[in-house]
Design a protein around this ligand. Structure first.
Ligand code: BTN
Length: 331
């Protein structure tokens, strides 16, 4: 109900909305509207109220307030429920715990801070409070487990598109799971699954966005940046988070039908930072040990593999099997 009030106020832009209209939209009494407006103000929303005119939303807080995100979700959104946490160890861990206990598809866990944010390959994800977006979505796709890696690429597409829509920035995808801006990383994606041989129990797709960070620890400052540092503008985190979920929903609903990435190849390749660049393929878990190969990245195929032309011919690199590093610099 509170999200309906927020949605109505936001859609009205600079105009006032009468108490009566809010009652009708939210399906509640005048008193309930008044109480909810008071609650929203207490949560940092600036709402002007003028007798005989009604209410106007003047400003929203810099917070990942669940009703705010809900109020921005589009029809057809995969998100059914939002759990918002001030601090958690990892939104992926929380989402997996819920999924183990039968949580349905569409629950979004979002946090202001993570104390044990997880990156790929056992790495840690720097999760400074109040500057980033840390969120994980519980999914239950009726697909074969072999197609689950495609969800990382679908998520990456959604993030790149949402950054373009809300921040106007041309973010690129570093296959398979990084989003880059200005040649540095602004987002990482960690999809995890629980499955049987031919059946997916659940997938959790976790997204960490460096939105408004100003500084990074020394170990990652050469490769990490934030949207704010790159664009010079502060990111509206709630707007971006909701837009990512909306974009993801569109791609994901389509993917559940196609069960492969055929419909997305052109769009993905147009955003691929590695495209027509020389890349080094690291076979095995460690990037500094084992066999490596260089080649020219040509794009992705319908299974989400990176197509690389090497001296031995065309190789199809599956996510998870190898790591791809540009020969020169991070991308
Ligand atoms: C990577 O680039 O290595 C993947 C990073 C994924 C980070 C996000 S933040 C939200 C979610 N919760 C986690 O613990 N990790 C993912």
């Amino acid at each position: 109900m509170r999200s309906e009030i927020l949605r109505t106020l936001r859609n009205a832009g600079d105009s006032f909305v009468s108490g009566q209209t809010l009652c009708e939209r939210a399906g509640v009494t005048r008193q309930a509207v008044w109480k909810n407006i008071a609650q929203l103000k207490a949560n940092g929303f600036v709402i002007e109220s003028v007798p005989n005119k009604g209410y106007k939303l003047v400003a929203s807080p810099d917070a990942l307030y669940p009703d705010d995100i809900k109020s921005r979700l589009a029809d057809g959104s995969v998100c059914r429920k939002i759990e918002s946490l001030e601090v958690t160890d990892s939104t992926n861990i929380r989402a997996k715990q819920l999924a183990e206990f039968g949580e349905e598809e569409g629950t979004l866990i979002i946090a202001e801070q993570q104390t044990a944010g997880k990156g790929r390959r056992g790495r840690q994800w720097e999760s400074e409070p109040g500057t980033g977006i840390y969120m994980s979505l519980v999914l239950r796709p009726a697909i074969n487990p072999v197609h689950v890696p495609c969800i990382t690429l679908v998520t990456a597409l959604a993030v790149a598109k949402a950054i373009k829509k809300t921040c106007g920035a041309d973010a690129l995808i570093k296959w398979p799971n990084d989003i880059v801006l200005g040649g540095k990383k602004i987002c990482g994606i960690l999809a995890e699954m629980s499955s049987e041989m031919n059946f997916v129990n659940y997938v959790v797709t976790g997204i960490g966005v460096n939105a408004n960070n100003r500084h990074f620890p020394e170990e990652i400052e050469k490769t990490a940046t934030s949207i704010c540092l790159q664009t010079g503008r502060k990111t509206d985190r709630a707007q971006l988070a909701a837009c990512i979920v909306n974009c993801f929903s569109q791609y994901y609903n389509k993917f559940k039908e196609s069960k492969n990435l055929m419909p997305f190849i052109d769009e993905y390749d147009s955003l691929l930072a590695n495209k027509d660049k020389e890349v080094r393929i690291f076979y095995g878990m460690e990037e500094d040990s084992g066999k490596t190969e260089t080649g020219m990245a040509k794009g992705i195929n319908k299974d989400g593999a990176l197509v690389v032309n090497t001296k031995n011919g065309t190789e199809y690199i599956m996510s998870g099997e190898v790591s791809v590093r540009g020969l020169y610099g991070y991308v």
